[in-house]
Design a protein around this ligand. Structure first.
Ligand SMILES: NC(=O)c1ccc[n+]([C@@H]2O[C@H](COP(=O)([O-])OP(=O)(O)OC[C@H]3O[C@@H](n4cnc5c(N)ncnc54)[C@H](OP(=O)(O)O)[C@@H]3O)[C@@H](O)[C@H]2O)c1
Length: 429
């Protein structure tokens, strides 16, 4: 049985239910899905809201899938435990999915403790805590009811196909495995650039900012997958040991924070100091990455929506193609494209046809969609399948959450004065 807390919310309607239907159609979901939220819908009214959402996307839910779904309204702040016990009674394994704001994580964990069910898993959406102290408090609370192997902390970036490909690309290809270190790499850039602003999330966002909303989770997880050493096996805990190990070695070198010009008006708070853009230069205190800057950048209302990891290679040692006034060697670059067009691009120098020895940067491209077709599962579908199958590899373990907050907390404390940027700016302000 899957129990969704917060079933009328945006995440459930837009991501979770469509992903569950896809898993059902592939024969990977057989469990019933119990939906809980505060709105006083009947089951039929709830299903109608789902159908309306889905029809906007011109795909409707299958009748067979909808038969798995029930809906019960309840207020998680003052729940009727006896009623919930009657609804949720089962011998099956139960997966509790907390698709609610973080303020409800603790009350809902209390509800689950009182339900006293046998085999269980719990899934948390980000953000897991607001700083190290609150994350530790929350973790202590859930540890009373759940063991670490029952806890799935979602970072939906890790469900993206190209992010999972990072490990394959690095460790299944000798041409890359050997150059993946400071002997060959000059600099690493990790970028998540968004076109949208804060939209309807201003209350949450103004308290969080880009450091908590994006950097503490998505960008640091991408850094860990890019920089971690080879795990001894592909078992979840072996991979997560390496992730936590690399995060514990991160040191901050430079911080830039900024806010887009219309932000204060948009959130109706004229003195807001919340950063909508952040760029961090980080060092990793590890022989493998000595003196290689990792520049992590994310921002809202920028020119383009894209996410990528760029490895800029060191210059060639012998500059045969440089004349007195012109260095023709442009550093090689490996670019892992995470969205919107997934793939890998390698940029290198080639001779321009003709009698002169002139160089130009050219590229070789692996286009994921061209090779494997357009139907890559959405991140939430992959992650839900992993939860059903009990595979924790792509979920953040507590030690890595802790290590990430240890990086972010001091940055929040000492962040420099904000600068301001024009909407539609390029990612390098
Ligand atoms: N939306 C996304 O794309 C997205 C992406 C990544 C992460 N997340 C994370 O996912 C979580 C949920 O986000 P969301 O966008 O879906 O939020 P949302 O649209 O505000 O939905 C919140 C849900 O919680 C329910 N709820 C709130 N207080 C309740 C209470 N006291 N008792 C019972 N139900 C209550 C609401 O029920 P009623 O409507 O019935 O009141 C609603 O179903 C957040 O932690 C967010 O950071 C969301």
């Amino acid at each position: 049985m899957i129990v969704i807390f917060g079933a009328t919310g945006d995440l459930t309607r837009r991501k979770l239910i469509p992903a569950l239907q896809n898993l059902f159609l592939k024969g990977k979901l057989k469990d019933r899905v119990v939906c809980l939220a505060r709105k006083k819908y009947s089951r039929l009214e709830f299903l109608e809201t789902l159908q309306t959402d889905r029809l906007i996307g011109e795909v409707s839910y299958s009748e067979e899938f909808l038969k798995l779904i029930s809906y019960h309204f309840t207020d998680f702040s003052s729940p009727n435990i006896d009623y919930l016990k009657s609804v949720l009674t089962t011998d099956e394994e139960v997966t509790f999915y907390l698709a609610v704001g973080p303020e409800l994580f603790q009350p809902i964990t209390d509800i689950i403790r009182q339900l006293n069910l046998g085999r269980k898993k719990i899934v948390f959406e980000k953000p897991f805590g607001n700083d190290l102290e609150s994350a530790t408090r929350l973790n202590r609370c859930i540890s009373k009811t759940f063991k670490e192997k029952e806890i799935y902390r979602i970072d939906h970036y890790l469900g993206k196909e190209m992010v999972q490909n990072i490990l394959v690309f690095r460790f299944a290809n000798s041409i890359f495995e050997h150059i993946w270190n400071s002997n060959f790499i000059k600099k690493v850039e990790i970028i998540i650039s968004e076109e949208i602003g804060v939209e309807q999330r201003s209350d949450y966002y103004d308290k969080a900012g880009a450091l908590r909303d994006m950097m503490q989770n998505h960008l640091l997880q991408l850094l860990a997958l890019t920089a971690m050493s080879s795990p001894v096996s592909m078992k979840a805990d072996d991979i997560r040991d390496e992730v936590a190990d690399i995060l514990r070695k991160v040191k901050t070198r430079e911080i830039t924070v900024a806010q887009y010009n219309s932000y204060r008006k948009e959130v109706n708070k004229l003195d807001s100091e919340t950063e909508t853009y952040v760029s961090l230069t980080l060092d990793i205190e590890d022989d493998k990455w000595r003196e290689v800057p990792f520049v992590l950048t994310t921002g809202k209302k920028l020119a383009k929506r894209f996410a990528e990891i760029n490895l800029i290679m060191k210059d060639v040692s012998c500059k045969l193609f440089s004349s007195d006034n012109k260095d023709q060697n442009i550093p090689n670059m490996i670019s892992l494209k995470i969205q919107p067009n997934e793939g890998i691009i390698i940029k290198f120098n080639a001779k321009i046809p003709g009698t002169d020895m002139e160089l130009q940067q050219v590229k070789m491209e692996f286009c994921h969609k061209c090779e494997f077709g357009p139907n890559t599962p959405e991140a939430y579908e992959s992650l839900l399948q992993d939860i059903i199958e009990g595979d924790q590899t792509l979920f953040t373990r507590w030690d890595s959450v802790e290590a990430s907050w240890r990086i972010i907390d001091p940055i929040i404390e000492k962040k420099n004065e904000l600068s301001f940027y024009k909407e539609g700016s390029e990612v390098n302000l």
